[in-house]
Design a protein around this ligand. Sequence first.
Ligand SMILES: O=C(O)CCC(=O)C(=O)O
Ligand SMILES: [Fe+2]
Length: 286
Amino acid sequence: MTATLTELQLEPLGPHFGAVVHGLDLASATDEEVLAVRAALVDRKVLFFRDQRLDDDGQVDLGRRIGELTASHPVVGGVDADHPEVYALDSADNGFADVWHTDVTFMKRPPLGSILRAVTLPPSGGDTNWADAQLAYESLTPAVQRLVDGLTAVHDGNREFGYYLAQRRGGQGNEWDGELVTRLDPVEHPVIRVHPETGRKGIFVNPGFTSHITGVSEFESRAILDLLYAHLTKPEHIVRHRWRTGDVAMWDNRSTAHYANRDYGTQRRVMHRITLRGDIPIGPPR
Ligand SMILES: O=C(O)CCC(=O)C(=O)O
Ligand SMILES: [Fe+2]
């Protein structure tokens, strides 16, 4: 039997990065279409699907067809008892993401990818931006690439999420990678990550969770991180999405960072996310 290669209708959002997938209903996609989406995810790094009709169950079902789901978050429980995999970001509950970050890099195995659905949107504002961490690495000069290639950084989730452990769940924690997380111990990851599927290198530090680079002075760490962040978030490396209800975004969390604009005042904005289980980040060979 010959395998059929399903062609998606992809509208690229730039020469390298981001695409809108047209003509695909995620709730009724065929296995071939799901495989094609999985391949496009690695290639375009962030995909957008308009006019979808997913609810929480549909979002979870879709995620399970693409990969293995994690719990909602290492320390934040699911949106309700029936959906322990769904993480809700609700502006009415202090759910904001207006710091550049890659999801959950403060754990040993950060997610492979995330699937985000717009549930309630403000009349305007609340756009989300993604940065292409591979394009950003590749557009550094070779001398700076050599400097950062061998570095390791510490990621610490306590600044953003320590209070959940301290207050919200009475120190109970949540489950991640089959273990109950009752403390957020800092973890180390390579500053430059080699993508496990393509071998491409990308910047894998982020202002949300990276605390410092190891083996250099605090001053050097700050300066190197600031250089990498300023470079990562150059407009050439960004796509920006203006949400409509029903939209779904899917990103490769191994090769991108993202930022949700907080420019809608006291209006409500609610987003539901699921994350796909990832692997331990690997750096370039020494
Ligand atoms: O609210 C958004 O647009 C993005 C939130 C976020 O950082 C995430 O879902 O991982
Ligand atoms: Fe995020």
